[in-house]
Ligand binder design. Sequence first.
Ligand code: PTJ
Length: 246
Amino acid sequence: MLNKDHPRYQSLVYRDKIVKAHQQGILADSGMIAHGRGETFDYLIGEKTTPNSQNTIDIAACYFLTSKKPVLSVNGNTTALVSEDVAELSKLLDIPIEINLYYRTPERIRNIEKVYTDLGVKELLGTDEDDFIDTPDLNGPRSPVSIEGIKKADLVFIPLEDGDRAEKLSALDKDILNIDLNPLSRTAQTSTVTIVDNIVRAMPAIITSINKYIDYDKKDLQEKIDNFDNKTNLNNAIQDIIKRFE
Ligand code: PTJ
């Protein structure tokens, strides 16, 4: 049905994935709105990974390779767009995936669980069989986290999510990695590292970057991390947008 000659073909392909994920009970109704918001910011950044964002992707790779217990937190939108990449990252680093939904229903949990088990993921947390504990000072459906997963993690990857959690997880002395096309969002502003890029480009780029750094000395990776500042990264992302329209 999709015409490959259409000037916005790629965008139509991702919209199609979003619509199908909604029909399959993976995506929340609001997930469509979230996707539209993302498209707007992607348009503003030029629909490509900027040099600043590539640098941030490299820093995220350094965090993954130096942390002791990373966990990949996934929701409906992330699953709709990049489930294969998430599964690949989980296998590459041998780390768990934890389902954590804002619009949590048993049916959506089962549907998302099936996506990752079909992709061969071994350690899948956050399902209805898991043991949960609330995140301090956080109300709502995202508060309960897996005791074996996010609760014990020193690094939590929370791509593409609403703004009530990053700040509370950071307060627990965890490093928070995030992918968000909106550099002004609360999650972007309160994460340790924010990749301002489309998740469909950022996820494969993170995997490439991890493979690039995998044999590096941990001290060299730590040095890169120590020289990174998320506020500067976010300011650069905003400046990159402004410069495009000057
Ligand atoms: O699956 P659930 O129930 O957990 O719900 C997930 C959504 C995404 C619906 C929920 O977390 C939500 O409402 O999120 P928000 O508040 O819309 O925030 C989503 C953020 O992701 C916004 O800042 C968007 O700009 C950004 N975003 C949207 N699409 C992309 C994106 N960032 C990167 N890549 C995208 N493709």
